[in-house]
Design a protein around this ligand. Structure first.
Ligand code: SAH
Length: 339
């Protein structure tokens, strides 16, 4: 077991099981996440025999930074995992602080037609520690604290539910990396049963749904997941989620030229979301090797925005980061794997 994948409550159980006091877990967490030590032998308030025991029971191995690419407000990291697989994360500098977009799987099986990450099928889930370490390595690289995390990198987080939840709990722990739940966003393509599970976890995190189309036909065409969990069911589930958690949900809508960006689709989307406590985030498409998809131009995006606004829908246009440095959605890994 890697120590960075252990929740504090589980570490407490471990200590109780081996006949130690449970507050040892707190001490270990402070060493790991405040003092950032990389060995149990540096935890000076833990006695020698216990250090040895911990060293036998847990590993410290880190993923490693394979490559970095940088532009003004963005830095992209390619990480190498123990088994030679790669994932990526993106650091973004906002006026409100630093955010990191983390990956949750090696590859992805959701097969969205426009997405680069999905070209490379899922190889495996990431362990919680591999997600925690993406953040730790970035904080160490920039010598600054991260203030928010979005789980929007490679992979479908709800297809790796248990590990993603452990990850959230570890980074949210006030004695861990201490990122407030309201500063953590999980983005999903719409795995309905897992959204239902998530609403019962009483977490205060933000949920973002990749909707991208306002009707069944179009959504099924560009997002195969819609064949399993229909738009109608997804919308009902989002309503249920909002009622249960009292949290506003983000609707992501990637703007694809001549695919989903006309007045007709804007009106359909407005009708679909009317009265729901959601806001729509329009995402300028990052063009990839999927030559059949182009980004909608500025006028079209503005027009779509205006139609939604007029219909009383809360809407914003996503600020762009990293298009120039392949920071967009799985492109760095995709290049590395091909090379
Ligand atoms: N699987 C999750 C999270 C990863 S994808 C999900 O589907 O939400 C994160 C977001 O980036 C999704 O909204 C996805 O549709 C979008 N996306 C994928 N490729 C993109 C691209 N080339 N340009 C802009 N957004 C893209």
């Amino acid at each position: 077991m890697n120590i960075y994948g252990i929740k504090r409550e589980d570490l407490e159980k471990y200590f109780i099981d081996i006949g130690e006091k449970k507050f040892k877990a707190l001490q270990v967490f402070e060493w790991l996440y405040n003092h950032k030590v990389d060995s149990f032998y540096k935890m000076t308030n833990i006695k020698k025999e216990l250090q040895e025991r911990l060293d036998k029971d847990f590993s410290f191995n880190m993923i490693s930074i394979q490559k970095k690419q940088e532009d003004k407000l963005v830095k992209k990291y390619l990480f190498k995992l123990f088994d030679g697989n790669f994932v990526e994360a993106v650091l973004m500098q906002h006026d409100y602080g630093l955010s990191v977009c983390v990956s949750s799987q090696v590859g992805c099986n959701m097969g969205c037609a426009f997405c680069e990450s999905g070209r490379l099928k899922k190889v495996r889930n990431l362990g919680a520690y591999e997600m925690v370490e993406q953040i730790l390595l970035i904080e160490d690289d920039i010598k600054k604290r991260i203030s928010s995390v979005v789980i929007m990198g490679i992979g479908e987080p709800l297809d790796n539910y248990d590990n993603v939840l452990d990850f959230i709990k570890i980074i949210n722990d006030p004695k861990g990396i201490a990122i407030g739940a309201r500063h953590i966003t999980l983005s999903t393509c719409g795995i309905v049963p897992k959204i239902k599970e998530l609403m019962n976890e009483s977490l205060q995190i933000n949920l973002a749904i990749s909707l991208h189309a306002p009707n069944e036909e179009l959504r099924s065409k560009i997002m195969p997941v819609n064949k399993a969990y229909k738009l109608e069911l997804l919308i009902d589930t989002i309503s249920e989620y909002i009622a249960k958690t009292n949290r506003r949900v983000t609707i992501e809508y990637v703007m694809l030229d001549n695919v989903n960006d006309s007045d007709k689709e804007a009106m359909e989307l407005a009708k679909l979301l009317k009265g729901m406590n959601v806001y729509v985030n329009l995402i300028p498409y990052n063009e990839t090797n999927h030559i059949e998809f182009k980004r909608s131009n500025k006028e079209k995006i503005m027009n779509f925005y205006d139609v939604l606004k007029k219909q009383g829908i809360n809407v914003t246009i996503r600020k762009e980061f990293g298009g120039k440095i392949d920071a967009a959605c799985g492109q760095l890994r995709s290049k590395e794997v091909k090379a």
